[in-house]
Design a protein around this ligand. Structure first.
Ligand code: ATR
Length: 299
């Protein structure tokens, strides 16, 4: 195969809002690599065929996002340790003709905190809000980095218990009503729920009765100790209401954009052979794209 055929992709359904082409496109130009990275919309019923024809179509690999992460997990020939732990695949590549699946979301999460809150892993107990796919990646990373007390809080307690049982030692499961008590001695608070995401501002109260927080936040950062770090994995808006409240309380805050940027690093290295850097320049490029486009001026 010609050296010029360094092709990679991101697939999801829908996929047109993905920022991944912008991130990888920036790195391709930066490193002068003759390659391409494009977004491909694949409907769930066509995903198996998409995987089966990747190599014939000349792809070195790519990223997988919603709703294909579990199908990719099931569809690859081999998986890395993180993918097995998280139960989902977000990065595909070939090794000697074999299709591998990995998961770099946990790496992205931890690298983001390393960049913006060094020392975070030895800051004390971690409270994780939410028990979905994103939460699994966060818990995996927390365990890898040696956080010994991980407290999962979820509206549906049964899902938090499932994760506790999956990850084992040092992980506990709690209902929303316990949040205040759990925050009192916590060193890290991570929101993995969609609460606070643009378009979800109205989701303040738990439809099953218990408001998450009187102000509609997923938790009240005023209850945290002074040394706590607060991270939201949501990045639209960049400063979520939770982060704004934590900042007002004087706490160290880390937004979710760095997780997106850092999760892209290992994939780029596998497909294109260079380990790229998450720089202020790249971050500004994506931040500019997050700003809602102002309406076109009237003639
Ligand atoms: P993802 O894969 O992005 O993590 P998910 O699997 O749909 O998405 O999980 C979303 C998480 O946000 C869940 O923990 C969900 O709580 P439930 O398990 O009880 O559904 C949480 N979540 C979503 N909306 C919420 C709300 N209004 N209040 C509290 N938690 C909410």
């Amino acid at each position: 195969m010609a050296e010029t055929s360094k092709k990679a992709f991101v697939t999801g359904h829908p996929i047109k809002h993905s920022r991944s082409p912008m991130i990888h496109g920036h790195w391709l130009v930066k490193h002068g690599i003759e390659g391409s990275y494009r977004a491909i919309d694949v409907a769930p019923e066509n995903f198996a065929e998409f995987l089966a024809t990747l190599q014939a179509n000349g792809y070195r690999g790519g990223n997988v996002t919603i709703p294909h992460k579990e199908a990719a997990f099931a569809g690859v020939a081999r998986r890395d340790h993180a993918a097995d732990e998280i139960g989902a695949v977000n990065t595909l590549w070939f090794e000697d003709g074999t299709l591998w699946g990995g998961n770099t979301d946990g790496h992205g999460f931890a690298a983001n905190l390393d960049d913006h809150a060094p020392g975070w892993a030895s800051n004390g107990p971690a409270v994780v809000l939410g028990a979905g796919g994103a939460s699994r990646a966060v818990i995996h990373a927390l365990k890898e980095r040696g956080v010994g007390d991980i407290r999962i809080v979820n509206r549906t307690l049964a899902r938090a218990i499932e994760l506790r049982d999956r990850f084992g030692g040092g992980v506990s499961a709690h209902p929303l009503a316990a949040t205040g008590e759990l925050l009192r001695d916590a060193g890290l608070l991570v929101n993995t729920t969609a609460l606070g995401m643009q378009g979800n501002e109205g989701l303040s109260a738990d439809p099953r009765g218990q408001p998450a927080d009187p102000r509609g936040l997923p938790a009240d950062p005023r209850l945290l100790p002074d040394h706590a770090v607060v991270n939201d994995i949501v990045y639209v808006p960049l400063e979520t209401p939770l982060l704004a409240a934590a900042r007002a309380r004087g706490l160290k805050t880390v937004d979710g954009l760095g997780m997106l940027l850092n999760q892209a690093v290992p994939g780029f290295e596998r497909w294109f052979g260079v380990r790229p850097k998450v720089t202020a320049e790249l971050r500004s490029l994506i931040v500019a794209d997050l700003v809602p486009k102002s309406p076109a001026p009237k003639p």
